[in-house]
Design a protein around this ligand. Structure first.
Ligand code: FAD
Ligand code: DLZ
Length: 508
């Protein structure tokens, strides 16, 4: 009897462990576009189109390689809505010996897969997802006994393990980390790059028509230009290395008003779907340094994001789930403003970040962290609502990577299991890193007046409200020294303004 290999929508890698466990001639490969997966959050329409288009292309490439692929196209009327339904239906039609699946990227899906064996009475084997440099077990071993989990130390282990940017056991360039060089404001020189664009082929065009017809959720479907095959993702990577990587480090934290991409790579899409492998991505960057094409601060900075942050974040997810999804250290109670879905706010930085998100299903890291994330934390939004938004709106969003970035990094909702302090900042930070403030209705130089930048009062109010939780944090001493300098009348005005903002947030 054949074995059934279930391939999930973010497992589009020819080297996938579950595919390596099947016999091409006899075994079955099942892939399914599913109503439940397309609707468990209000996914951006470009994200749904990306996943369906990439799945269809991948299925075709598996067939070309001789696999027996059973592919279910999206059918909103079908009773087959979930992974469990799809496997059950397949097993009802075919005699199946056992099922193999590579470990999924979401706890929710893992639970479904774990209950499958009991539901349908066929053994289910979950295989390691070896498309990462480290495994959840490696991370748990590394974390064991440590008081604090700091990305930097984990990253050094990953550098040693991969040999990337290593010189005789020592870090290339004499330093592990060149972050101090990576804080420049961008003023238009050199001109911003943009990711390689791909014109939809017939398969993708069919998916785009389906999504336009059947999904009326968040985000624009027009202008879809994502890579949907491994070949395209590799070309997009080469384009980034050639045109943007040299400046990636310098302007990594910049917040320009009118550039969606700046020197960011957009490789998260290819990486998270499995079209690209993290080592090949980092090798391409390291080669650019060896060739003298890109400086060490850019290349080290980029590699740190991929084998440092990306791996670390995944380790945190599997270490902390499932309770992590409910963490709410500050006991936040506010709702996410409705304009997070429309972008209709007069706060320029937020309007630009949300508008880019609506158009592109993408915003760069500093927009996600210091604009939409920072505002939600300062306002006091319930972290689960914030997580749901991030999971829905970005094409690269899968829970293993989205959730720790929201809970641990943007919202400090875990009380600092890996961030040494909250990424809280006033309007001054946004002004320093870009030119949104010059184009904004609100005045960044003011704190409590009616036309003052809302980030300012919210920032001071956040520090004051959470003094008991945060003042003991050594990295916040300076901030609390500044709070202590505020006169009682200033504190009262800040509280008044922050309360007004919370009560009238939809009108901002
Ligand atoms: P670049 O700036 O070019 O960086 C290169 C690569 O480094 C990225 O492609 C990514 O693979 C990796 N990387 C960088 N920072 C991180 C990080 N903090 N965590 C994991 N990988 C990282 N990334 C996702 O892939 N999916 C998400 O759902 C996601 N949600 C986020 C939510 C919040 C609140 C924050 C603050 C960050 C989130 N990130 C997420 C991390 C980061 O913002 C994106 O990886 C990055 O913006 C993707 O764009 P890029 O490929 O152009 O990245
Ligand atoms: C995000 C997503 C969407 C929108 N649709 C599908 C789908 O139809 N079929 C599928 O196999 N996967 C989809 N995904 C990805 C899953 O929701 C989930 O994130 C991954 O399976 C986790 O590994």
């Amino acid at each position: 009897m054949p074995r059934l290999c279930l391939v999930l929508g973010d497992q589009l890698s020819p080297s996938l462990s579950s595919l390596a466990a099947v016999d091409r001639g006899t075994d079955h490969v099942l892939m399914a576009e599913l109503a439940d997966e397309a609707s468990y959050v209000r996914h951006h329409r470009k994200k749904i189109a990306l996943i369906f288009a990439a799945m269809r292309h991948f299925a075709a490439s598996l067939e070309n390689d001789g696999h027996r692929v059973f592919y279910r196209r999206f059918d909103p009327e079908s009773e087959v809505r979930s992974f469990s339904d799809a496997v059950r239906a397949h097993c009802a039609e075919h005699s199946i010996d056992d099922i193999v699946v590579t470990w999924p990227g979401e706890w929710r899906v893992l639970e479904q897969l774990r209950s499958l064996e009991r539901d349908i009475g066929v053994p289910v084997h979950l295989l390691e997802d070896d498309r990462f440099v480290s495994t959840p077990k490696d991370f748990a071993d590394w974390a064991q006994g440590r008081k604090t989990l700091r990305m930097e130390f984990f990253y050094r282990e990953m550098r040693k393990r991969t040999g990337l940017l290593m010189d005789d056991g020592k870090p290339a360039g004499g330093q592990w980390n060149f972050d101090a060089d990576n804080r420049r404001k961008w003023t238009g020189d050199p001109p911003a790059s943009r990711p390689m664009r791909f014109t939809p082929d017939e398969t993708t065009a069919e998916v785009l028509a389906l999504v336009a017809d059947r999904f009326d959720g968040f985000g624009e479907i027009e202008g879809f230009d994502f890579p949907v095959t491994r070949g395209q993702a590799r070309r997009a990577l080469a384009h980034f290395v050639e045109h943007a990587l040299p400046w990636f480090g310098d302007f990594q934290d910049a917040l320009p008003d009118d550039e969606d991409w700046l020197f960011h790579s957009r490789v998260s899409i290819g990486l998270n779907l499995g079209l690209l492998d993290p080592i090949e991505v980092c090798e391409a960057a390291a080669q650019a340094w060896r060739d003298g094409h890109a400086p060490i601060n850019a290349v080290e900075g980029f590699i740190r994001q991929v084998i440092g942050w990306r791996e670390f974040i995944r380790g945190i997810y599997w270490l902390k789930m499932p309770d992590y999804a409910e963490a709410n250290f500050f006991a936040n109670r506010e709702d996410l403003p409705i304009w997070y879905w429309s972008g209709e706010t007069g706060m320029r930085c937020l309007q630009r970040a949300i508008d880019a998100t609506r158009r592109n299903a993408y915003a760069h890291h500093i927009q996600r962290l210091m604009v939409t994330g920072n505002f939600a934390m300062l306002l006091g939004v319930v972290p689960e609502q914030v997580s749901e938004w991030y999971l829905a709106v970005y094409a690269d969003a899968f829970e293993w990577v989205e959730l720790p970035n929201v809970v641990g990094m943007a919202m400090f909702a875990d009380g600092g299991s890996f961030a040494s302090k909250p990424y809280a900042a006033s309007g001054k930070y946004i002004q320093r890193m870009g030119d949104h403030c010059a184009n904004c209705r609100y005045k960044v130089g003011k704190r409590t007046e009616d036309d003052a930048c809302p980030f300012n009062a919210l920032y001071w109010d956040f520090l004051m409200r959470h003094e008991d939780r945060l003042a003991g944090n050594g990295r916040m001493t300076m901030m609390y020294r500044n709070v202590a300098r505020l006169a009682p009348a200033d504190k009262a005005a800040i509280t008044r303004r922050a309360n007004w903002i919370r009560a009238n947030v939809e009108s901002l």
